[in-house]
Design a protein around this ligand. Structure first.
Ligand code: ZN
Length: 294
């Protein structure tokens, strides 16, 4: 049971603070349809992925967002900085600059960074095992990208991933680690660099409340929700609908709001189960659970 009284915004009456990460229904619909389905339900924010935008066309999506009144809670994603050689590192920086340009065209409030880890690991063939090296490459990659991001006025949000993803997708695995990097690269807390708190990745962390408080309003750029199922059957694609797992969602929301976060709760569910349901059912369930348990 959730504690009875927590000091949070009231989500029970409407869903003005609901955002849908569009990966949640990516198997059902292309992005233009997702935007329409969201707008029809009064969902006013989404977080799209670059491949979904590219599949329909950047300019077309930007126009559709403007005409439908749907805004972004974030743009997914930049990052994947490590590479086996100098050319690869440079290519990653180029790609991150393009992601920033796209985020600007779409009016995103931040570009979410999944920072990357051992090159080749994602395809089952890691080219080396040196996680210290890739952490340094990530630090240098974010530092270089931050220069461009500052010029363009696009905040970068580092998303720590659960340690089960440490080899393949992100060598930043706790909020503390992400915030240490923020403090190193943006010590003045200018708002140009912060974190995306995805509860699926960080709910288990004994320092979660403490690090959310440390992050504060200047660093808390995005808040992602879903649920942790028991047992979890797939390391990537078995996220739960809010309320179906063991994450104390409202407690965590109370922590981010106490720290000054007043933005969207973005639903991000990678799930073979939910991808097999009608998209309408998924969105309607997201709205209901957002009101009831987030
Ligand atoms: Zn996320």
């Amino acid at each position: 049971m959730e504690p009875a009284v927590l000091n949070v915004r009231d989500f029970s009456q409407d869903h003005r603070w609901l955002s849908i990460n569009t990966a949640t229904v990516r198997k059902q619909w292309p992005l233009d349809r997702i935007i329409n389905e969201c707008a029809q339900r009064g969902i006013t924010a989404i977080a799209p992925w670059r491949d979904q935008v590219a599949a329909v066309g950047l300019d077309k999506i930007a126009r559709q967002l403007r005409s439908s009144g749907v805004q972004l809670s974030g743009y997914c994603r930049g990052g994947f900085f490590p590479a086996p050689d100098a050319a690869g590192l440079a290519a990653a920086l180029d790609d991150n600059r393009r992601a920033i340009d796209e985020a600007l065209t779409l009016g995103a409030p931040c570009l979410v960074l999944v920072v990357g880890s051992l090159p080749g690991a994602l395809t089952g063939q890691p080219l080396h095992k040196d996680i210290s090296r890739v952490r340094n490459e990530v630090r240098d990659g974010i530092a270089a990208t931050l220069q461009y991001a500052r010029q363009m006025g696009m905040p970068l949000a580092i998303e720590p991933l659960h340690p089960m993803q440490a080899a393949e997708r992100a060598c930043i695995n706790t909020l503390e680690q992400a915030l240490d990097l923020c403090d190193q690269l943006d010590p003045e807390q200018t708002g140009a660099l912060g974190v995306a708190v995805d509860l699926y990745h960080v709910w288990w962390d004994p320092k979660l409340a403490q690090q959310i408080q440390r992050a504060g309003r200047q660093r808390l750029l995005a808040f992602h929700v879903c649920d942790w199922l028991t047992p979890t059957r797939d390391l990537l694609n078995d996220r739960g609908m809010m309320g179906d797992g063991v994450i104390q969602l409202r407690q965590a929301r109370a922590w981010v709001e106490a720290a000054g976060y007043a933005g969207f709760a973005e639903v991000e569910i990678f799930s073979d189960h939910w991808w097999a349901q009608p998209g309408e059912t998924v969105l309607d369930t997201c709205i209901a659970r957002h009101k009831a348990v987030v």
